[in-house]
Design a protein around this ligand. Structure first.
Ligand code: SF4
Length: 334
């Protein structure tokens, strides 16, 4: 079957003698059983379905899509916080199901959207940034202090702030602390979940430029979960467009931005997304709202909103096809 052929190829398996991808998903799915109430029974939520992608060392992959498309569930699986229901995730060729969560944490570190809620308000910056080192038994107290000072210099936080508390900092400084806390473990991959959307526009650019500089200095690999297409365009090498838990288009950023092929990617790039739950693409772009993930449409799950719908779209699920340099899951390319 076409899909299987694409999956095998897309999984990006390392050829003999070649370097394994830094991160790789092969046929990754995650389901949840959702109880709706005493009388309404339980439903199966297919949050992520059959995702295949790979990220090379030093690359920036952006995962984009509306709220509820499965990007946060995918991020949690990449961090080892959730196990896939099926399929497998690999870090440098090693399946993460075989890896201890603490070992994953040394390789993949998150930076979350809201530095207000992700930093403990009762702890000083020194305590916040040295906590991962303590948890992993790295260094003496003095050595940890030195590592905190070094990492503060890297993220351009003044040393005098080391005994400050998060509420004494600006939003941009707090996000620098969050980045420093992620970097202090010297991870290979930083998973950024909307890292700048809680910040003022003027501060966003500084944080994004800093992330770009750090990537070059430390040869980091980034996975960006973002609704902000301007950020994605600025930073990403590759883009994965998700819709209702499925990857619908996946390829080089420049090509997808200049010439999107999937009707959903086309609508997405014509619009401005919002991170707020239940607010998807503006009505003007698609005419109909985001469907209920607990009751997804038959066939191609995008068909009720698609401007290019064909007869078979409401009946048959499309396979993933190679379209030039990218993958597109749509009957138009059969
Ligand atoms: Fe539109 Fe059909 Fe393609 Fe789905 S498969 S995106 S409904 S054309």
């Amino acid at each position: 079957m076409m899909n299987d052929a694409v999956q095998t190829m897309d999984a990006g398996s390392a050829q003999p003698g070649s370097e394994a991808p830094m991160l790789e998903c092969r046929g990754v799915s995650r389901n949840f059983t959702v109880g709706k109430g005493v009388f309404s029974g339980k439903k199966n939520l297919r949050a992520v379905q059959d995702v295949n992608l790979s990220v090379k060392r030093g690359e920036v992959l952006a995962v984009v899509g509306e709220s509820g498309c499965g990007k946060t569930t995918l991020a949690k699986m990449l961090l080892g916080l959730l196990k896939p229901s099926s399929g497998e995730i690999f870090i440098e060729g090693e399946p993460i199901t075989d890896v201890d969560i603490r070992k994953i944490a040394r390789k993949v570190q998150p930076v979350f959207q809201d530095p207000y809620s992700s930093l403990n308000p009762r702890k000083t910056l020194e305590s916040i940034m040295s906590l991962p080192l303590k948890v992993h038994n790295i260094g003496t107290k003095e050595e940890r202090r030195q590592m905190v000072e070094d990492i503060m210099a890297m993220v351009e936080l003044p040393k005098r702030l080391i005994h400050s508390y998060p509420n004494q900092l600006s939003g941009g400084q707090r996000q620098r602390v969050a980045v420093a806390r992620a970097l202090i473990m010297k991870p290979e991959v930083i998973l950024c979940d909307e890292p700048t959307s809680a910040l003022d526009v003027s501060v966003q650019a500084h944080i994004l430029n800093m992330l770009q500089d750090l990537r070059d200095e430390m040869n980091l690999t980034y996975v960006f979960i973002s609704h902000d297409l301007a950020v994605v365009e600025h930073l990403a090498d590759k883009v994965a467009v998700m819709y209702l838990g499925r990857l619908v288009e996946y390829g080089d950023k420049a090509n997808i931005f200049s010439n999107p092929q999937h009707p959903y990617s086309q609508a997405l790039l014509d619009s401005v997304l919002t991170p707020e739950p239940n607010k998807g693409i503006p009505e003007i772009a698609l005419g109909r709202g985001f469907p209920n993930p607990l009751d997804p449409p038959s066939g191609c799950s995008f068909h009720p909103r698609c401007s290019k719908i064909m007869d078979k779209c409401s009946i048959d699920s499309p396979s993933m096809y190679d379209v030039g340099d990218r993958k597109v899951e749509c009957h138009l390319y059969n």
